[in-house]
Design a protein around this ligand. Structure first.
Ligand code: SIN
Length: 313
């Protein structure tokens, strides 16, 4: 046990859960992700994930196949991404997050595909429930990732603001970050993804309410249904600020063999863009697990405007 807060899940449990920040994030020790895990260990990991929203594993020696096999213990694994056309050969589920693909922006190397707070692919009507990210090549320093707890962000709002947010729906779109005229930009333009999600979503497993907005997928449309563009922009700005307050976040320093596993129904994350000037490579691999269609507090479901649901197997 490395800290006073480290928790053995039970006296028989093999895993140790070590909280990393006040509201979010725990390291799980005592698990070898390359091994066949028992149902009991999988259940303990799932419980830690639901509690801490993102969990971290260190010193793992797994490749694509083991990462996918581990993900399958938690649900159906989706293809890499709705717009990914070049996953690693033989592994259509793996999304490479590879600085060598992204080129330079504002004179600096891009170290991830996005450098804004977002929840994975919320332009889909059924965004992934979970994501699992494994580090491969890392800069000598910088390139950390941060997560924020959207349940804490919601629960700490004043009651009147919570009641107002409960009634809202925001538009999420996939905004192409690919160069104009590129094949990828054309693919995205041909198959647009656009969905209205409740601004407050009820978690299907815990029943917790989460403030389900982040700039990544709501900043292009900047639309809350019924509020008009000016008011939508002001309300979204205020909600983004609440959702990403430093006290709800945890920051993870990647090392070779690090794996992060997060619940997209209760978090947003940020690839911190502080390593581009170093001109070093950063390569991680992500898999995502199929999600359900979000529900608001009154039971209303998200509404797809453009695009199909994204299923796994
Ligand atoms: C992601 O958004 O899934 C990747 C995060 C990162 O590059 O750190």
């Amino acid at each position: 046990m490395t800290t006073a807060a480290a928790q053995k899940v039970s006296s028989e449990s093999a895993i140790t859960v070590i909280p990393q920040a006040g509201y979010i994030g725990a390291e799980i020790a005592g698990v070898d992700l390359s091994a066949e895990l028992s149902d009991a260990v999988v259940a303990e990991i799932r419980q830690a994930l639901l509690t801490w929203k993102v969990v971290f594993f260190r010193d793992q020696t797994i490749g694509h196949a083991e990462q996918i096999a581990f993900a399958r213990r938690f649900g159906k694994v989706t293809p890499a991404h709705p717009y990914e056309e070049n996953p690693p050969a033989g592994f259509p589920e793996i999304l490479p997050i590879d600085s060598r693909r992204y080129g330079v922006q504002y004179g600096r190397k891009r170290t991830s595909y996005d450098s804004s707070w977002h929840t994975d692919v919320t332009a889909l009507v059924n965004p992934p429930a979970f994501s699992i990210l494994r580090a491969d090549i890392l800069p000598t320093h910088g390139g950390d990732t941060a997560w924020t707890n959207l349940v804490a962000a919601y629960e700490n709002l004043p009651e009147t603001v919570r009641a107002f947010a409960d009634t809202l729906d925001a538009e999420h779109t996939f905004e192409s970050r690919a160069a104009q005229g590129s094949a990828r930009a054309e693919t995205i333009a041909r198959k647009p993804l656009r969905t209205f999600h409740p601004v407050v979503r009820v978690h299907p497993e815990t029943g917790e309410r989460a403030l389900y907005v982040s700039p990544g997928f709501t900043r292009a449309a900047r639309t809350i249904r019924g509020l008009g563009p000016r008011l939508s922009a002001h309300v979204l700005d205020a909600l983004w600020e609440e959702a990403t307050r430093a006290e709800y976040t945890v920051r993870f320093r990647w090392q070779p063999g690090s794996v992060a596993f997060w619940d997209n129904r209760a978090t947003a994350h940020l690839a911190i863009p502080d390593a581009g000037h170093l001109d070093q490579d950063r390569v991680l691999y992500r898999v995502t697990i199929e999600g359900d269609v979000p529900r608001g507090v009154d039971g209303r479901l998200s509404e797809s405007v453009e695009g199909d649901p994204f299923y796994g197997s």
